[in-house]
Structure formats: C-alpha cells, structure tokens
Design a protein around this ligand. Structure first.
Ligand code: C5P
Length: 311
C-alpha cells in the first residue's frame, strides 16, 4: 500500500468547540510524498516503523495505524480475523503538518479490509476513518477535497486534475498539533482583549470557503492559486517556531508563486509555476540554509491505494 501526505491549500479555523476540537473549513490536497505500508497475518496485532523520523513514532497501541486496525476490527471484522503485523516505511516526516500518521492509519484500514476480506466500500471505510482522526478520511480519499467539521466531512473539489508543482521545506524540529491550536486560541483571545472585546463574536470567526482559491482551482491556474493559499494556524505556528518566517520569505524571494505553513507545521510549502521552476526553487532553498531538507512533490494524487509488490 502506499498513501500520500496532504497539504492544506486553505485552513480556516473556527472557535474551540465543547469537545476541544475546532470547526474547520479546509481544502485538502494530496501530494506525491508517500509512506509505504504492508499488512501481514501475525499471532497478535503489532507495528514496526522504519524510515524518516521512525524513532519518534510509537510502536504500541498509541500508533495511529494500530488504532485504525482496532477500529476496523471492532466495527466490521469477522470473528475469525487473526492478528496483523503492520510495517510502515516512512517518507512523510513525523509531526510535520503533513498528516503522516493519519496516512498510515488510512493505509492500515484499506490493507486490513483486504487481508480479512471484510469487503467494506469507501463510504463505510470513510466513516471508520473519521473516528480514528480528523485527517484519516482524507488520506483514504486523496485528490483535492473540501473538509468541514473537524475536517472529516469531505466533498471532492470539482477541479481539473492538472498537476501543481510543490516544493516542501522540512524543518529542524516538530510542532504538536494540539499546541498549535491552543496557541491560536490564545492569540485570538489576546487580540480580542486588546481590541476591547471580551470574546470574539461567533460570526467573525465562522470559517468559510475562500472563493478566490476555489476559482483558481477550477481554472487550474497556479498563478492565481499562489496568492490565494491561506492558513489560520500559520500565525500560531510562527509564534512557536519563529525561524519559519525566514523559510517562507526565502521561498517567496526565490520566485515561489505562494508560500504557506502546511497544516499545523512546521513544514513550509511553496507553489512553483512548472516542474523546472520547482527544481530550481528546491535547489536554491536547500542552498539557502533555511530548512533541514527539501523535497519536490506534485498534486493532486489519489488516496490510500494498493500497489502490487515487486519482488
Ligand atoms: O483528530 P486528530 O487526533 O488528528 O487531532 C489532533 C489534535 O488536533 C486534537 O486533539 C485537537 O487538539 C486538534 N484539532 C482541533 N480541531 C480539529 C482537528 C484537530 O482542535 N478540527
């Protein structure tokens, strides 16, 4: 199985809800940076992780892929479904704002659905995925899609599948998603205090889909898309990780059409006008010393998919 990383082309965040989550309107976009997952019958459920950032991924029941296995088992697995060992080869950096853990969970769902011959279709898998984590359903679906609710209610975007060329700058360090959301809440409360309001009135913060961004996607126009990229979490990520300001500025100076922190960060994403421009930008950014490493990716790509094993 291989499963892609995601970027958020728009991430509009509402106020915190009673359950601790935030209502979102987001435009997810799956890109060609993949983790590889295999599922094999075993005496008991387990997981092993290799590759980029593997030492930071738990190999116990906290592992999101194992949580997905448990969720599928509880929801739909036949009584005689045996144990499964999941092997994850990571290329998507961990805690980087690219939903790598959610990707692994989505792949584990699809893999066990096959292994146990459960026969669930995409709608049922999407429902189980939504219970495992906010971004897991999108990792199943892939492409470009609007996410609402916690991000789990998805509508595929009606846009041509013309590829966009992205450069990703991986940071030296990590950000915790709950911490970034918490920082956004505090920044907004402080801003409301300064402007003399006790609380931001609800409608001011109600997240809404960006018309300019959707129009850029419909016309497959990278020049229009670049300036329309937006992320409400970016100020919070920058306040926790100030060095990212330099990374974003460097990318724009080097000719990126748009620059944004990806999700809760700290990965920064840059849109390039063509494959050649992406190659130049990637080389210049890695020479500029403003990040740990650089990768190129194109999007949109499909979600979690079974790939034949080549032996
Ligand atoms: O759902 P998931 O486990 O991926 O979310 C991780 C954390 O991110 C949540 O515990 C929450 O703190 C934050 N989050 C949020 N609102 C969302 C999605 C995630 O506050 N819509």
């Amino acid at each position: 199985m291989r499963v892609p990383a995601k970027l958020n082309l728009q991430l509009a965040v509402g106020p915190p809800r009673a359950d601790g989550y935030h209502d979102l309107v987001t435009v997810f976009h799956a890109v060609s940076l993949f983790d590889e997952i295999t599922a094999e019958p075993a005496a008991s459920d387990g997981v092993s992780v290799r590759g980029e950032g593997a030492d930071q991924v738990p190999e116990d029941g906290d592992n999101l892929a194992l949580r997905a296995v448990a969720a599928l088992r509880a929801a739909a697995a036949p009584a005689d479904a045996g144990g499964v060992h999941i092997t994850i080869v990571k290329r998507i950096p961990v805690a980087a704002g690219l939903a790598g853990g959610s990707a692994d969970a989505a792949a584990a769902l699809v893999a066990c659905n096959e292994l146990w011959d459960v026969g669930l279709g995409q709608p049922e898998l999407l429902e189980i995925a939504a219970g495992v984590g906010s971004d897991v359903a999108f990792a199943l679906l892939g492409g470009t899609a609007v996410g609402r609710g916690r991000g789990e209610r998805l509508t595929p975007a009606l846009a041509p599948a013309t590829p966009y060329h992205w450069v990703l700058a991986f940071a030296e360090g990590h950000l915790s998603t709950p911490e970034v959301y918490g920082t956004l809440d505090r920044l907004r409360a402080a801003e409301a205090e300064r402007s003399g309001r006790k609380r931001m009135p609800g409608p001011v913060l109600a997240p809404a889909l960006d018309g300019a961004l959707m129009s850029a996607l419909r016309s497959a126009d990278a020049r229009q898309l670049g300036p329309a990229l937006s992320n409400d979490l970016q100020p919070a990520a920058l306040s926790l990780f100030p060095a990212l300001r330099k990374t974003l500025a460097a990318g724009l100076e080097l000719g990126a059409l748009g620059a944004l922190v990806s999700g809760s960060g700290p990965t920064c994403m840059f849109l390039a006008a063509s494959a050649d421009r992406a190659l130049d930008l990637a080389a210049s950014l890695s020479g500029a010393g403003v990040c740990r490493s650089v990768a190129r990716a194109t999007g949109p790509v499909p979600g979690a998919a079974v790939v034949p094993t080549v032996r």
